[in-house]
Design a protein around this ligand. Structure first.
Ligand code: UDX
Length: 452
């Protein structure tokens, strides 16, 4: 099926590469010329496990261009997957979506095209995108479009770091459209995933026992709300366990055991109950803020979602408070941050707790040294002015440090040479922000380990 994807960020590129792998003819469009040139050479612009490999396998059916007119005409499906970065007031900036919708309208050609909103847009945006497409079509051709397109919402649920796995083996596919024709086209697009009829790549085997994937076919508004509600629920699950963790600390309970004990209740589930510094990334913060903003437009308060946000962002300050309680004075101290990316297996730094913690520590007069196995280059490039000394190795970051804070649970950090780290430090203190390190091993190295 001829498919155009506008936007080659985490979502657009992953979707494009997967759809091409599944046999569709995919053209990915991005306005950033450098990125497109790199992709044409087969270079993946982001760090995402297996994306480079799948890109190689899918290349015969994948094209990259900066020109919408090379992708949209004749496409059965056009997927809008451009960024919706947060504005200063917290709401999403919809300029890229507007530009994409207008470009689609100006280039629509052929029998019937489904215009899919994959970018996380405010509820109600499906209708807005439809209107923009119609207007741009009319402006280009001097007449209203015939019944040649329909807008659908198809939210993504992929996690960075396991984006390909989540795309090929999703828990469900959600498609919202007010026209049956659009649902039928999208069923055909996703058939190999829904029926799990494709041959898996060797490096991403199908999980054992995975059968047909459920399809939730619904109206536009419901699909849009599903995306927000899912992210808000996951975010509040994490904030809930972090709130319980505070009490656990007071009463002397072990939060990992508590999380396991409640999570094994099938109604609750064990996932997303990992206590620690809390969530960051491009979705949870932005989407919970947008959900509250949408509700406000209807005079509705969302106290549960608001509390989840409050608890989450407090966690970052708690790291500073913990260090203060341990070290008494932060001015003149050196703190080493292990991990900068908002989670392991990605180089994404959006709303990364590490950067926020670094800012707070620098404000209090501490020197901050940081390491990340993957996101270091990006941090150096995008955040040169935070006052952080970026270090190429964890050992280097720990030199003369009064504390190490484990911010991101990169697997490599567990197996570091902790004896060497202990020798390099000034004060043998480790704050394990993710309950991830092997405490016994650290203690053996003479380090005192505390949690959040
Ligand atoms: C999330 C959603 O999971 C995904 O469905 C949606 O489409 C986009 O947003 P992502 O932000 O990539 O995905 O990562 P995710 O794995 O959900 O982690 C988000 C944050 O929560 C990370 O900072 C992670 O460290 C934190 N987290 C996650 C916890 O603190 N505890 C947990 O138990 C799980």
């Amino acid at each position: 099926m001829k498919t155009a994807i506008l936007g080659t960020g985490y979502v657009g590129l992953t979707t494009g590469v997967c759809l091409a792998y599944l046999g569709h003819e995919v053209t990915c469009v991005d306005t950033e010329e450098e990125k497109i040139l790199g992709l044409q050479r087969g270079e993946c612009p982001i760090y995402e496990p297996w994306l480079q490999e799948l890109l190689e396998l899918s290349r015969p059916r994948l094209r990259f261009t900066t020109r919408c007119e090379e992708a949209v005409p004749g496409a059965a499906v056009v997927i809008i997957a451009v960024g919706t970065p947060p504005r200063a007031d917290g709401g999403p900036d919809l300029n890229y979506v507007r530009q994409a919708a207008e470009a689609v309208g100006a280039n629509l050609e052929g029998e019937f095209t489904v215009v899919v909103n994959k970018s996380t847009v405010p509820i109600g945006s499906g209708n807005w995108v439809g209107a923009l497409v119609r207007e741009a079509y009319a402006a280009r051709r001097g007449r209203k479009p015939p019944n040649c397109f329909a807008v659908a919402s198809n939210p993504e649920f992929l996690r960075e770091g396991s984006a390909l796995y989540d795309t090929l083996y999703p828990d469900r596919v959600v498609v919202g459209a007010d026209e049956t024709r659009a649902l039928e086209v999208l069923y055909s697009l996703y058939r190999p995933i829904l029926e799990q009829s494709f041959t898996p790549p060797t490096f991403l085997p199908r999980p054992e026992g995975l059968g047909a994937v459920p399809l939730i076919a619904t109206d536009l508004a419901s699909a849009e709300l599903i995306k927000y509600a899912a992210n808000a629920f996951l975010a509040l699950k994490i904030s809930f366990i972090n709130e319980i963790a505070q009490l656990a600390e007071k009463v002397g309970a072990d939060i990992t055991q508590v999380a396991k004990g409640i999570g094994l209740d099938a109604r609750i589930g064990t996932r997303f109950l990992q206590a620690g510094i809390g969530w960051g990334g491009s979705c949870f913060g932005k989407d919970t803020a947008a959900l509250i903003a949408t509700a406000r437009e209807y005079n509705l308060a969302m106290p549960i979602v608001a509390a989840a946000r409050e608890v989450n962002y407090r966690q970052r300050e708690r790291v500073v408070e913990k260090l203060l309680a341990e070290l008494k004075i932060l001015k003149g101290r050196t703190i080493a941050l292990f991990g900068l990316a908002f989670k392991p297996n990605t180089d994404d730094l959006r709303d990364a707790p590490a950067l926020d913690i670094a800012r707070r520590l620098v404000e209090r007069g501490a020197a901050v040294r940081a390491h990340d196995p993957v996101a270091l280059a990006r941090a150096r490039r995008e955040f040169p002015d935070l006052g952080i000394v970026y270090c190429d190795t964890a050992q280097e970051a720990a030199a003369e440090a009064d504390a190490v804070v484990l911010v991101t649970e990169w697997r490599d950090y567990r197996s570091l040479d902790w004896d060497e780290i202990a020798r390099a430090m000034r004060t043998p203190l480790v704050l394990d922000g993710r309950h991830f390190l092997d405490r016994a091993r650290l203690e053996q190295a003479g380090l005192r380990c505390v949690g959040v």
